[in-house]
Ligand binder design. Structure first.
Ligand SMILES: Cc1cc2nc3c(=O)[nH]c(=O)nc-3n(C[C@H](O)[C@H](O)[C@H](O)COP(=O)(O)OP(=O)(O)OC[C@H]3O[C@@H](n4cnc5c(N)ncnc54)[C@H](O)[C@@H]3O)c2cc1C
Ligand code: SF4
Length: 328
């Protein structure tokens, strides 16, 4: 680990100013991802701006939305009565992630920004376009069991590892950020990026912008019929092979509305809009769900070790929908 300076500002403005002044400075929240990356030499900030003294904790209902401030712990969000009652999908996704100890350190802002778990990204002895742009992608012809089947490029086939982000994508969250030029609101669909030829960029957040909160529409129709399914190698403490966040609004035997997103298949949480359109205004049935599950995966392609995801992904979508509709 390289030597670094440390600062703990008490206002958002001071934190942002510190990052503007020093190009190698990085924010740190729970540290559960950044410190690992620093220990391995993958990220080498020369200055750490500890944001834990900023007044950025707590959850509030504000009119038609629920606002979660950026330093709220993953464990606190998952246990909060407003979240468990109004947005149980988010609580389920958070509880499926990491371990209780890590969820007690991890923050909402840090979770949004967590970096891929591609093993070559962590191994500084091997080429990786995300860590060292232009060096090559070791996963393309290497061990790629955990990697993307859609939205990838020749530069990078990594996936976004977060469970929370998949639920936020299904729930149409907005990320609120503050920078030197003021505040902006970024829809979650535009927050994370596809790799294209700039795989070093995971998100559209600028280096000098601070995430201050996430806002989610308070949608009671979806509150009770929602499910997060995570398929993984171990029952806990493992990243998703694939995951599905689903919320259905079923009324009078018909699917009035649906929100679906998938994790473990792409560089960003993958919203399943074609599947949503396929099942909207239809009566739930096993056949409907089996057909709908393929709608967003027509362009999916494996890289060898991860070919099993081409079957696992639609099966997991269909199974989640069957369970939600009581057809399992
Ligand atoms: C062993 C292990 C298992 C895990 N398993 C899972 C899992 O199954 N599912 C899952 O979803 N996650 C899992 N995680 C990841 C965990 O959820 C993340 O490490 C955590 O959410 C990161 O939050 P943090 O506050 O600790 O971020 P930090 O490590 O402090 O920061 C991470 C990044 O976010 C940036 N950042 C932090 N806060 C802000 C902000 N407010 N504004 C702008 N930038 C910010 C930092 O600069 C840094 O680049 C696991 C982690 C570990 C170590
Ligand atoms: S998949 Fe992406 S993160 Fe993994 S080695 Fe290739 S470029 Fe690096």
């Amino acid at each position: 680990m390289i030597p670094f300076d440390y600062a703990r500002p008490s206002t958002a403005k001071a934190a942002i100013d510190a990052v503007v002044r020093d190009k190698s400075a990085r924010f740190i929240a729970g540290g559960s991802n950044l410190v690992d990356l620093m220990k391995r030499g993958v990220m080498t900030p020369e200055k750490i701006i500890d944001i834990n003294a900023l007044p950025l904790r707590g959850i509030a209902r504000t009119g038609k939305t629920i606002r979660i401030r950026a330093l709220t712990l993953n464990s606190a969000v998952a246990a909060d009565p407003v979240i468990t009652e109004r947005l149980p999908l988010l609580a389920q996704a958070l509880k499926a992630g990491a371990s209780p100890q890590i969820r007690n350190m991890a923050t909402v802002g840090g979770n949004l920004m967590q970096r891929t778990r591609c093993p070559y990204f962590y191994d500084t002895a091997l080429p990786c376009n995300k860590r060292a742009p232009g060096s090559g992608c070791s996963a393309l012809n290497g061990y790629n069991r955990m990697h993307a089947i859609i939205g990838f490029s020749e530069s990078c086939i990594a996936v976004n590892p977060s469970d929370m982000n998949v639920a936020l994508a299904a729930l149409d969250a907005t990320v609120i950020v503050q920078g030197p030029k003021g505040e902006r609101h970024i829809p979650i669909a535009d927050f994370h990026r596809l790799p294209g030829n700039t795989p070093q960029l995971d998100t559209n957040l600028q280096r000098d912008e601070l995430i201050t909160a996430v806002e989610i529409p308070d949608a009671p129709g979806f509150a009770t019929t929602s499910l997060y399914t995570k398929v993984r190698d171990r029952a806990s403490y493992a990243f998703a092979l694939v995951s599905v966040a689903a919320a259905l609004h079923i009324e009078n035997g018909s699917i009035r509305d649906a929100r679906l997103a998938m994790g473990g298949i792409a560089h960003k949480p993958w919203r399943l809009r074609r599947t949503e359109d396929y099942i909207r205004r239809q009566q739930p049935s096993i056949r409907l769900f089996n057909n709908a599950a393929l709608a967003d995966l027509k362009e999916a392609r494996g890289h060898g070790h991860n070919n099993f995801k081409l079957v696992l992904a639609p099966n997991t979508i269909a199974q989640t929908l069957r369970t939600l509709a009581g057809l399992a």
